[in-house]
Design a protein around this ligand. Sequence first.
Ligand code: F6P
Length: 342
Amino acid sequence: MTTIKRIAILTSGGDAPGMNAAIRAVVLAAHHYHIDIIGFYHGYNSLVCADNINQAQLLTLGDVNNIIHRGGTILKSARCLQMETEEGLKQAAKTLTSENIDALIVIGGDGSFHGLLALKVHWQGQLIGIPGTIDNDLDSTDFTIGFATAVNTAIEAIDKIRDTADAFERIFIVELMGRHSGHITFNVGIACGAEQVLSFENFSVEDKQTKLQQLANEIKSAQENRHSSYIIVIAENLWPGGAIELAKELKQEASIDCTACVLGHIQRGGSPVPKDRLLATKMGVAAIQAIINGETNIMIAEQHSAICHIALEQAVKHHKVVNQQLVDAQENILALTAQNQY
Ligand code: F6P
């Protein structure tokens, strides 16, 4: 029999497909143990807002009925700068105490987990993070909720771009999300057979001029040898001015016509793929079990298909790097295309 009675839950930062599935799992698992789940709306804002009336509500089984397949988050999401101030943190602690909350579950990325860590100094309740971000950049978990769906969405979009690019023998530069990490870019680029993958792992802005020349040479050589489409995928925040600027520079420096496409927030939306629904469900249930077992200051993670607990400090210490085998695979494939062997 647990002494836990009320658990708060919120979603914070960039929403990710599968957040709803995680909320649902938390509510269903808590119900099993006769624990109330209080949903706080608009990320941490509902905690730091002194007048949080209408910003928090008991989540019933009915509230989470038929949401496993829905993108976005029923709790809404936001970024909250007040969580970086002493005043905001104190208010958040006060809200949790006045609502008789025993534990707080936050579904989000590293910024959201920094908020949890800061809160630890001001509030004695249990703190649990569930990794939910399309960026997949949290260390110590193989995958974050939302990544698989974002990759799938981007692949579907680029496959369509490929059709029209092929028909017109056009060059496309497609910019993908990921903030400062290349997980989406590398996975999508390779899965789409992109001729070039440009990301933080294989490009540094100091080499911009050399890269521009190299790209121009490789595009020209590919076009001379085989008339067909050419797709460059590029991580956002990598090239100064992004895909649009790169297209302009290729035109100015090498008279190459490229069409730039910034895929943007389409990558954040849509129905979660099965992998995200399953990951979210396992993590949501694990969060409730961890709270009942008295755990705190942890992120629920998955490593080699097994759920585990990682100290929050560890989870935010480093950004997860892209698998080197993926980077190497792209290099090898690129070498073949550059030699026109395929
Ligand atoms: O962290 C998720 C993410 O979608 C990043 O990939 C992207 O850089 C950022 O959020 C965009 O944030 P916003 O929607 O606030 O512009």
